[in-house]
Ligand binder design. Structure first.
Ligand SMILES: Cc1cc2nc3c(=O)[nH]c(=O)nc-3n(C[C@H](O)[C@H](O)[C@H](O)COP(=O)(O)OP(=O)(O)OC[C@H]3O[C@@H](n4cnc5c(N)ncnc54)[C@H](O)[C@@H]3O)c2cc1C
Length: 427
């Protein structure tokens, strides 16, 4: 334990066992003196966590985080902002403490990675050299997937699938909508960021309407035939918002293929639907930096060795979070946080000539159906020699038949989860 003092060790153990599942004994901390330059692109759930834990596991590393924004606004709890339960400030975090901990933070956009020369080209600054690179830039959108829907159209029909501007735009549109209006939400095909997200969003918009615009309706057009925590959501909708939310599955014409922003109309199958507010969540892929740098495959996501997160396409580059292909793990902030810790352990082991440890991961996705009605799905994951798989019998979903006291507790747990994971990343 030569690089950690006792207090750090205890802190690590509690954070790791609560949020990752990788144990100290498995991690094999580095001895000081590796002095390697590790650069991380993206200061979100994957990147910020990885930066922090790399430095914990090996304080001799020179860790540099490249993040384009000065502050990070989380997608988790952004549906609560859209539904009027929280302000945007509640979900906005600074990098102050990470800076104080010794991580060099450059607020700039990474334009391209030259893995051969081990350099990252930045927009404003020059290039930055690395010994190892961790990439966690999140998702990008398939702008050509829905006819008529591009980045410019998202200013009229927001996706609100990354936070801040788009979230505030959608909230503003909902506030301006007349009572009796129709909100359309188009939910994308798998895989996409936050599988329960569109359904939580419908719930929290309904929660807002119930109080302020009770004659309004929500039409959820879906590219899929089923969705995360479906029975729980649908039960809750019937109980809390009867007649307010209509869900159309893909096989019954739910997949939106075209939009007309001037007519505020979407087209799905042979039908057209007019909305007063239209939220299009487009099909997704890894962030465009991945393709530009040769890190993604023909489906648009980044293949990695799922034990270590080392890219299978570029040497000495690790990819974590939504951008990578991580077996059965959903694309969630908790997954990205858990992957970041495993990645940090494996990277430190690799730099110090030790073999990779046997990892495990966890994920819990809480969703709010109203301010005091929460539901969840949880799983534990292991590496099966090829990919990340769910551990049978570990985890599960909230029970269908449950007293309101349990739903209330789960809403409190959701808030506790948010506070602890953001403290883990930025505290
Ligand atoms: C509505 C909604 C609700 C959600 N709720 C939950 C939830 O309750 N629980 C949960 O676990 N997950 C939730 N998620 C999912 C979660 O937000 C993502 O899975 C998570 O953010 C992925 O982490 P990441 O590190 O891959 O990407 P991000 O957290 O998005 O981080 C990427 C970072 O990279 C930066 N970046 C991008 N490109 C560049 C570049 N070229 N140069 C420099 N910086 C760059 C971005 O600014 C960003 O800060 C939700 C998502 C949505 C949309």
């Amino acid at each position: 334990m030569n690089t950690l003092n006792r207090r750090d060790f205890i802190k690590f153990l509690s954070a790791s066992s609560a949020l990752s599942g990788t144990t100290y004994a498995q991690s094999g901390f580095a001895s000081p003196g590796s002095l390697a330059r590790v650069v991380i692109i993206g200061g979100g759930f994957g990147g910020a966590t990885c930066a922090k834990y790399l430095l914990k596991y090996d304080p001799s590393l020179k860790v540099t985080l490249i993040e384009k924004e000065e502050k990070f606004t989380t997608c988790p709890f952004s549906n609560a902002v859209i539904g009027g339960l929280h302000t945007i400030d509640y979900i906005t975090h600074t990098y102050k403490k990470l800076k104080q901990s010794g991580i060099a933070i450059i607020h700039d956009t990474a334009m391209a990675i030259d893995a051969g020369a081990k350099k990252v080209h930045l927009e404003k600054n020059k290039t930055i050299s690395y010994d190892r690179l961790v990439v966690s830039p999140g998702i990008g959108f398939q702008w050509d997937a829905i006819d008529g829907y591009d980045k410019a159209a998202s200013e009229t029909m927001p996706h609100a699938w990354n936070a801040r501007h788009q979230v505030l735009l959608l909230r503003k549109q909902l506030e301006a909508m007349r009572d009796g209006g129709v909100v359309i939400i188009a939910s994308p095909p798998n895989p996409f960021r936050c599988p329960p997200g569109p359904y939580e969003r419908a719930s929290l918009i309904a929660n807002y309407f119930k109080e302020y615009k009770p004659k309004s309706k929500i039409l959820l057009l879906d590219a899929k035939d089923n969705f995360s925590k479906q029975a729980l959501f649908q039960d809750a909708w019937e109980e809390l918002y009867p007649g307010m939310i209509e869900w159309v599955p893909g096989s019954q014409g739910g997949e939106v293929t075209r939009v007309d922003i001037k007519k505020m109309t979407v087209y799905a199958d042979d039908d057209e639907y007019k909305g007063n507010v239209i939220n299009i969540i487009p099909p997704q892929k890894a962030h465009k930096l991945a393709k530009r740098s040769g890190l993604s495959d023909d489906k648009g996501w980044c293949p990695v060795n799922q034990k270590t997160f080392l890219s299978t396409l570029k040497k000495d580059v690790y990819v974590i979070g939504d951008a990578c292909i991580a077996g059965k793990m959903p694309k969630s902030g908790f997954s990205a946080n858990s992957q970041a810790k495993v990645c940090a352990v494996q990277l430190v082991a690799e730099l110090n000539g030790r073999s990779a440890v046997t990892p495990s991961w966890i994920n819990t996705c809480y969703s709010l159906v109203s301010a005091d009605y929460g539901i969840s799905v949880a799983a534990v994951y292991r590496y099966d020699g090829k990919s990340i798989v769910a551990v049978k019998g570990a985890g599960g979903v909230s029970p269908l038949e449950a007293p309101r006291s349990l739903r209330k507790m789960e809403a409190l747990y959701a808030d506790g989860w948010y506070k602890s994971i953001t403290a883990d990343m930025f505290g």
